[in-house]
Structures are given as C-alpha cells and as structure tokens.
Design a protein. Structure first.
Length: 480
C-alpha cells in the first residue's frame, strides 16, 4: 500500500550504525527507538528455525492450533492500549484509529482461529473409488508489511497463514517495526511455539530481498507499491513461489445527481483523509455528476476544512502527519504552488511531517493528479455527464482496488458496481475492509485475495487422493 520504494528514510548521522534503523515519531521528528536491521545470514537462520517449528505446528490437532491462536488474540486484547500507543508514536496515527488497528489484529486472529477446524476438503463423486481432497499447509510464509497500516496488514497475512498450519516470518516496514516486534513477544507469551512467528525488521532491498529469494520460503505476501510488487513477483518466478500482492489504488468516489448529496459530501473527506490519505483504498478521485457539481462542492468545502488535524495522541484528532519527509515531498509534487486548490484545510506548523487536506479540480481526466496514486491527503474532483461517462472515467486507470457509488437508485447501484473494474465496491458507504469479506484488486492493484471466508485456503496446497474400491479378481486362499 505504500507508494515509496522500501528504502530507509534516515536523517544524516555520521555515527549511525549501518545495521540498525532509527525510528522517528512523524509528528515530532524525534528518534523514539533504534532497531537492529536483519542481515541475509539472519534471514537464513530464521527460515531454518521456522521450518522446524512449522512441522510441529502442522502436526498439532486443529483444535489445539485454534486454541493457541485464540490465546494470542486474548493477549493482543489485553494490550490494546500499549499497541495503540506504539502506533501513535511510530506511525503518527490518531489514537482512535490506532485502537481500531490493534482491535483488528485481535479480531483477525479470532476469525482465523475459527477456520483451523473448518479447513474442509471435498469428496468428489468418481467411478471405481473414493476421491477426497486435502488442504495442506505450504510451509514457511513470508509476510512483507507496509508502513501505512502496520498492524492490521501484518495480521491479514499472518493470522490465516498460521491457522492453516504454516510458520510465518514477518518483515515490517523500516519506519514502523515496533508494533510487529511487540506482537511477536505476545505470541510467545500466549504459548505459540518458538520460531513459528518471527519478526525480522530491516531494509526491503536487504532483509526483504533475502526472504523473497530464500528457497525455504514457500509463499510471499506483499503489500506496497506496484513498482516493488512487480520486482517481488519477478524474483518469485525463479522458484515458482506463490505470491499474493496488494498494491496501489486510485479509487473513484462516484456521486450521482440522485444521491443524498448532504450525506455523500459529509462522508467524502474521511474517504481520502483517513490515515492522512496513506491508504490504497483512498477515494482520491471524486467523480460528480455535472448537474449537481457546484452544489456538491459547496457542501464538500466545510466538511473538508472541519476535519480535525493535529496531535495524534488527542482523541479528537481525525488526521495526523504523513509518515516521513520523503512522503511529504512526494505529495507536494502533485500540488504545484500555484495550483488552484478548490479547497485547502489547515495543518500544524513547525516540526512533524504535516500536510493540509487539499481538493483539486482536475483540468482533465489525464491530469497527473487524477491518474497517479498520491498517497497523501489530496483528492481530485472531475465532473461526468451520465452513467456511461461515470463508468468510463472510473475505469480510466491502471488500478482497480476499490471505489464508492452514491445513488438512491438500486438498479443503478448494481449496474455501476458490476461495470466498475475493482475488487471492492461500496454503495452509499466508503467501507472497503472487513475481516469477514474478501479484499484485493483488479489490474495493477494486485493478485489474489486476503481476508474473508477463503483466507486460509490461500495458504494451502490442494492435494487430491483417489482410493480404489474395485473388488480384486484374485481368489484369496481362505475362500478356496
């Protein structure tokens, strides 16, 4: 979901050790921790430990795996405040969002635990025997998590992979490893076997690449930029390694003239300002039917400017800073100084990687800000004429992750939902992610699906077994 290449964003420091990363608080720019950077040799040792742990884990009764995962969920539940506080400090997320994220890890572990005993194969009718299928674990799974939602996205891959009988090695983003390291400690406290769930902080091109290329890793789950996703997919090809990719997005928010405009305008800011726009599902292209365009913009302005920006530790804060100086520069590059911003909010001055909520009116559908993923609190508004025009504009992108449709017409809601090429659509809502429903993208937004009832199956191989029931024609000695 990140749009940066996974290179560390270090401040220059002559005494900085090359094998550790300094973790900054994005709201204050203070160094809050120093974390060792994993070397390729340490990756190899971790894969060896995981391989041993996985054999024992897969041999456990499914109910015992489920019980341990529920204990892990309970341990997370008992440390929600601690995990949320870590997220506030290392990622700059508002405390309310951070509590939701820690709760999402708990919920995912509970949901996945329920799947451990329900990983059913099939009995398929065939002639001459019994045919059954088994879902068997892959082995060691590498999860490479991004910095924008460090806890939930780490759990999206980890929880179902563990429940299906695999070991997991999690490589968090360089800027946000602290919650992942704490989760690994909680897993051990909850009784998960040593070596089964390991967290290896470090640089993408070093630790991440070593994990992707290691022959003992059976599958890679990566969330991040499309550019890095393509590199990982190419590396996985050498070993025909399974891969799930959750990449970028440029999702449309389509507002029809017959929509409840007040409700649509009130909901729009959250759809691209939540997590300071650092969300692959951000509805950063607002498509508005021409006949209500002016009215919608009048309603949108106060909704955007009243979105509370400030100290992430304050429960009243709705939007915090961007993750890094590099990300702020990237966002700035889409908003020229002389850009006629239709709406611009306030942001704190001084220390911290702050950027104001910004709404641009597109000069045309090919406008750079209208087609590229910005990954910041910036949206572009475009008018459309009719339903066909709305669908054409919505699909005029390389991405296809998410999107929203605002209308009171049920038939139109269904038609447009079917016509928009994206994996996750919501009608009169901006909700894209629920742990009980599948999530993933079309086109260059990724490969495969995460979450939902089928999440565990993505971490298994299907084995087919045919058992002949033909009666032997040889007469046994007892029958003679």
């Amino acid at each position: 979901m990140s749009n940066e290449h996974p290179h560390p964003d270090h401040h220059p420091n002559e005494h900085h050790h090359p094998h550790e990363h300094r973790i900054l608080n994005p709201a204050t720019e203070e160094v809050i921790a120093t974390v060792p950077a994993t070397t390729p040799d340490e990756v190899a040792a971790a894969v060896a430990r995981a391989t041993g742990a996985q054999r024992g884990w897969a041999a456990l009764a499914p109910a015992d795996r489920a019980r341990l995962l529920r204990r892990f969920a309970a341990a997370v539940d008992g440390h929600i405040e601690e995990l949320a506080a870590l997220e506030v400090r290392e990622a700059g997320h508002p405390i309310g969002n951070a509590r939701w994220e820690a709760g999402n890890v708990r919920d995912l572990l509970d949901y996945a635990a329920g799947g451990a005993e329900r990983l059913s194969g099939a009995q398929i009718p065939v002639a001459g025997g019994l045919n059954v299928t088994f879902h068997e674990p892959l082995g060691v799974v590498a999860v490479i998590a991004p910095w924008n939602f460090p806890m939930p996205i780490a759990a999206w891959g980890t929880a179902p992979a563990l429940a299906a009988g695999n070991a997991v090695i999690l490589k968090p983003a360089e800027t946000t490893p602290l919650t992942a390291l704490r989760l690994a400690e909680l897993a051990l406290e909850a009784g998960l076997p040593e070596g089964l769930f390991q967290v290896l902080p470090g640089a993408g091109p070093v630790a991440g690449a070593a994990l992707v290329e290691h022959p003992g890793v059976a599958k890679v789950v990566f969330t991040g930029s499309t550019a890095v996703g393509k590199e990982i997919m190419a590396k996985c090809a050498a070993g025909v390694k399974r891969v799930t990719l959750e990449l970028g997005g440029k999702s449309p928010n389509i507002v029809f003239a017959d929509a409840d405009l007040e409700r649509a305008a009130a909901a729009a800011p959250g759809s691209f300002l939540d997590n300071t726009g650092q969300d692959c599902c951000a509805r950063s292209r607002i498509l508005v039917q021409a006949s209500v365009y002016d009215r919608f913009m009048e309603l949108l302005a106060p909704a955007v400017t009243s979105f509370a920006v400030g100290d992430p530790a304050d429960p009243a804060t709705a939007m915090g800073p961007l993750i890094s100086a590099a990300q702020r520069e990237r966002v700035r590059s889409y908003v020229p100084e002389d850009a006629p911003a239709a709406i611009r909010g306030e942001a704190p001055k001084g220390k911290g990687f702050w950027y104001p909520a910004t709404v641009l009116e597109a000069t045309g559908p090919g406008d750079r800000a209208a087609v590229e993923e910005i990954f910041g609190p910036v949206a572009v508004v475009l008018p459309f004429e009719d339903e066909a025009d709305a669908v054409r504009l919505a699909n005029a992108t390389d991405y296809g992750l998410s999107g929203s449709i605002w209308t009171r017409d049920v038939g139109r809601a269904v038609r447009v939902s079917r016509a928009v090429a994206a994996g996750n659509l919501s009608v009169n809502s901006h909700g894209s992610v629920r742990y009980a429903t599948p999530f993933g993208g079309y086109k260059q937004s990724g490969l495969g699906r995460e979450l939902g009832p089928d999440a565990l199956a993505a971490f298994t191989e299907t084995k087919n077994v045919f058992i002949s029931t033909e009666i032997s024609t040889e007469i046994s000695t007892e029958e003679q």
